[in-house]
Design a protein around this ligand. Structure first.
Ligand code: GLT
Ligand code: MN
Ligand code: MN
Length: 388
């Protein structure tokens, strides 16, 4: 059905690392060949994606010589141009190499923090060369198992120093990049610093240029901690800080499953799409997920197509929800304010204090009100289940 066929204007993107995931886990070997960056661009463009995102080392091996780096990037740029694919986001791998086993920007060792900053500066150069607009920072190993090993206040200072350094680097080079910080509660470390999107939002305000920095919330990461992802995204939107988003699926209180978007908790996925679409979010709909370990190469592309198709199906359900007269009447009734009481709460003034202070509010009668949420939720579910 053409309604569910992805278009460039949908801005669907995938990390190179997502389709290239080989299904390795702590208990088992890789189960398939890695999809190369070039093939990822070719296949994802056929499926209708807008672009791909990457870590420095998804494209250029960590030990590549400068000439090798140039060759790889030139070849990659050609494939992107040939397939009308973009790289809207880039990031640094600050977690894979053993040097980062005790963190990067929050390592106790200044030499390791410097190496991380150096690697991020090079990664930023690559991102800018590929016309990326957003540079993501997912700490990876910024955390600890042994609490006594690191001063958590110092760790935050180091994190701030490194990010400020990189803000300075971008300004000095007139790079038009924006940064997006991605929170995660735990895994791969026992505990990670700045573990929620809300924590990131507070931290951003302490940086040298808060306007340049927003968040990259991920479905799986808030959900792992049992938190409400939609509310985290809403707070980011409220602050004008939703610069990017990592869409995937996750069961609560498990390891970071990174499942196909919409494959778990379809109601939350629906509410998330509704929030993004209703808010006018203009950024990438980026999928940070992995095909099941059971899949061969064909399954990898089923996975990618499924992420986008589910998003578009949910988007169409959101449209139905917004057009549904019965639902909209319920919603209008919920916020009805015939006496215009709400406007007296917009700001404190003597006049408003007099009005609010003097309102005759029947506590008992008002407390008896039924909200009709059973009906509203059932109607919502019927939209999602496709019978409405
Ligand atoms: C890694 C991680 C993700 C991050 C990526 C960016 S890499 O797959 O699990 O959540 O978004 O560094
Ligand atoms: Mn992510
Ligand atoms: Mn994840």
């Amino acid at each position: 059905m053409s309604l569910y066929q992805p278009k460039k204007s949908d801005r669907f993107t995938f990390g190179l690392w997502t389709v290239a995931n080989r299904g390795r886990d702590p208990f088992g070997e890789a189960v398939r060949e890695a999809v190369t960056p070039i093939r990822a661009v070719q296949e994802l463009s056929k499926l209708g994606a807008y672009g791909v995102n990457l870590h420095d080392n998804d494209l250029v091996p960590i030990d590549a010589a400068p000439s090798e780096r140039t060759r790889i990037i030139t070849e990659f740029k050609k494939v992107l141009a040939d397939h009308d694919m973009k790289v809207p986001m880039a990031t640094t791998n600050l977690f894979y190499d053993p040097i980062f086993k005790d963190g990067a920007f929050t390592s106790n060792d200044a030499k390791i923090r410097a190496y991380a900053v150096q690697k991020a500066m090079r990664g930023i150069d690559v991102g800018v060369e590929l016309n990326a607009e957003i540079y993501v920072f997912w700490g990876g190993r910024e955390g600890t198992e042994v609490e006594s090993s690191k001063n958590p206040v110092e760790a935050l200072k180091w994190m701030r120093e490194c990010l400020n350094f990189l803000i300075g680097y971008c300004k000095d080079n007139r790079y038009p990049l924006k940064f997006a910080l991605e929170a995660k509660p735990n895994e791969p470390r026992g505990d990670l610093y700045l573990s929620t999107t809300g924590a990131m939002l507070a931290f951003i305000e302490t940086l040298d240029d808060p306007a340049m920095v927003g968040v990259n919330p991920e479905v799986a990461h808030e959900t792992m901690a049992g938190l409400n992802f939609v509310h985290a995204v809403a707070q980011a939107i409220d602050r004008g800080k939703l610069f990017h988003i990592d869409l995937n699926g996750q069961k609560m209180s498990r390891f970071d499953q990174d499942l196909r978007f919409g494959s778990e908790d379809i109601k939350t996925a629906f509410m998330l799409v509704k929030l993004l679409e209703d808010s006018g979010y203009q950024g990438s709909r980026h999928f940070d997920a992995h095909p099941y370990r059971t899949e061969d190469d064909a399954g990898v592309w089923d996975f990618a197509a499924g992420c986008m198709r589910t998003y578009l199906i949910l988007k169409e359900k959101v449209h139905r929800f917004n057009q549904d007269e019965e639902i909209q009447a319920i919603l209008r009734n919920l916020t009805a304010d015939p006496e215009k009481i709400g406007s007296s709460l917009h700001a404190y003034s003597k006049a408003n204090a007099t009005r609010v202070g003097g309102l005759a509010i029947d506590r008992i009668a008002t407390g008896k009100r039924g909200y009709g949420y059973e009906k509203l939720d059932q109607l919502t579910m019927e939209i999602i289940m496709g019978v409405r």
